[in-house]
Design a binder for this molecule. Structure first.
Ligand code: FES
Ligand code: FES
Length: 163
């Protein structure tokens, strides 16, 4: 089958992957980079478990062709940790709020929430719900997830004001 080499930036590192042109971005990143935070749930763009940021926007990587990632900047959950491997504030908030049970949906929810928690202005709970509506959780209950996202956003806004 036809192959193509894809240069892109993944979690701050410049990379090149040679892929079958039919491969998904999720297969490329899991298979060639070992980024196992990207989950294969439905594989048809309906559950959000495979969400990554591409040039700052959330996408379902299971239905995003790897070849489309040429020249793009990709961020996965692994890229949220600091240089020493400490987890980020949003990951800690999911733990603190009890927003994780089996954890299968968690990386996708967290990546979908990154644009929200980076927002300069508070986002209403309804708008948070809308922005993560493409992500499904079968066990935790959405209130705790929304709480974790909202609290992290408010904390970041307060920290910015204090500077
Ligand atoms: S695995 Fe990609 S949306 Fe479900
Ligand atoms: S924590 Fe289990 S699916 Fe969300």
């Amino acid at each position: 089958m036809a192959k193509k080499t894809i240069p892109c930036t993944v979690n701050g590192k410049k990379r090149e992957y040679t892929v079958d042109i039919r491969s998904s971005l999720s297969d490329m990143l899991r298979g060639q980079e070992g980024l196992d935070s990207i989950k294969h749930g439905c594989d048809v763009g309906e559950c959000g478990a495979c969400t990554v940021l591409i040039d700052g926007k959330p996408f379902n990587s299971c239905i995003y062709l790897a070849v489309w990632a040429e020249g793009k900047t990709i961020l996965t959950l692994e890229g949220l940790s600091d240089k020493k491997g400490a987890i980020s504030d949003i990951q800690q908030a999911f733990i603190d709020e009890g927003a994780v049970q089996c954890g299968f949906c968690t990386p996708g929810f967290i990546m979908a929430s990154v644009p929200i928690i980076n927002s300069e202005e508070p986002t209403s709970r309804d708008d948070i719900r809308k922005q993560v509506a493409g992500n499904l959780c079968r066990c935790t209950g959405y209130e705790k997830i929304i709480n974790a996202i909202e609290k992290t956003q408010h904390k970041r806004i307060e920290e910015k004001k204090a500077k």
